[in-house]
Design a binder for this molecule. Structure first.
Ligand SMILES: C[S@@+](CC[C@H](N)C(=O)[O-])C[C@H]1O[C@@H](n2cnc3c(N)ncnc32)[C@H](O)[C@@H]1O
Length: 190
């Protein structure tokens, strides 16, 4: 989906103000450090992480979403660094992160391969990748091949270990209603 789609979505739809319930589940597994929220949207998850001691960088190519997050983090006096950029053009030099949060980023095949390469390049040696996704296998009616099953997601990270997984049934609206099994996978390099 294009930047224009997402700008329009963030202008016209309700803000995502609640952090994803899955985030509660990794609190005890991962000690706070440096996190990057890739495709942060309005930043509910970034805000949650910052409130829980993480130093956070939030990236999104929608300037509307990034403006919402800037406003909110200023109001709450949270030190979140926001970057308005596409993943393709993201340049963070040599900066690395202890936690990479990927929340419901559904890309076509080639951009996805490039995106997961970016994820690898941003990860600290002992860092964790937290992936929140919609499992398309749970909703063949809403079949959308940009959505991955947990097995498909893990196939991009064969040299990583699955340290936690969880799932729940949820309703999403990314332009169209989509009921599916949401899942969280936490991976660490072996
Ligand atoms: C479904 S929302 C995810 C929201 C958030 N991560 C969460 O878990 O609640 C997808 C977000 O990713 C952003 N996005 C999609 N493709 C992107 C890209 N290529 N570069 C940067 N941001 C992108 C969109 O602007 C949108 O805000």
């Amino acid at each position: 989906m294009s930047k224009e789609f997402w700008d329009n979505y963030h202008e016209t739809c309700e803000k995502w103000v609640n952090p994803d319930p899955f985030l509660e589940e990794f609190k005890e597994d991962l000690p706070a450090g440096k996190a990057i929220d890739l495709g942060s949207s309005d930043g509910a998850n970034s805000i949650y992480l910052a409130q829980n001691g993480w130093s956070v960088v939030a990236v999104d190519f929608s300037s509307v979403a990034i403006d919402h997050l800037k406003e909110e983090s200023k109001m709450k006096s949270l030190p979140i660094k926001t970057i308005c950029s596409s993943f393709e053009n993201l340049d963070l030099g040599k900066e690395k992160f202890n936690l990479i949060l990927i929340g419901y980023i559904h890309l076509e095949e080639q951009p996805r391969i490039d995106f997961f390469q970016l994820v690898r390049s941003l990860l600290e040696e002992n860092g964790a990748v937290v992936y929140l996704g919609c499992n398309w296998e749970s909703n063949p009616k809403g079949y959308d091949r940009r959505f991955l099953s947990p097995t498909e997601f893990q196939s991009y990270f064969k040299d990583f270990e699955l340290i936690k997984s969880a799932s729940r049934l949820d309703d999403f609206n990314f332009g169209k209603e989509y009921e599916c099994q949401a899942f969280m996978n936490i991976l660490k390099k072996k």
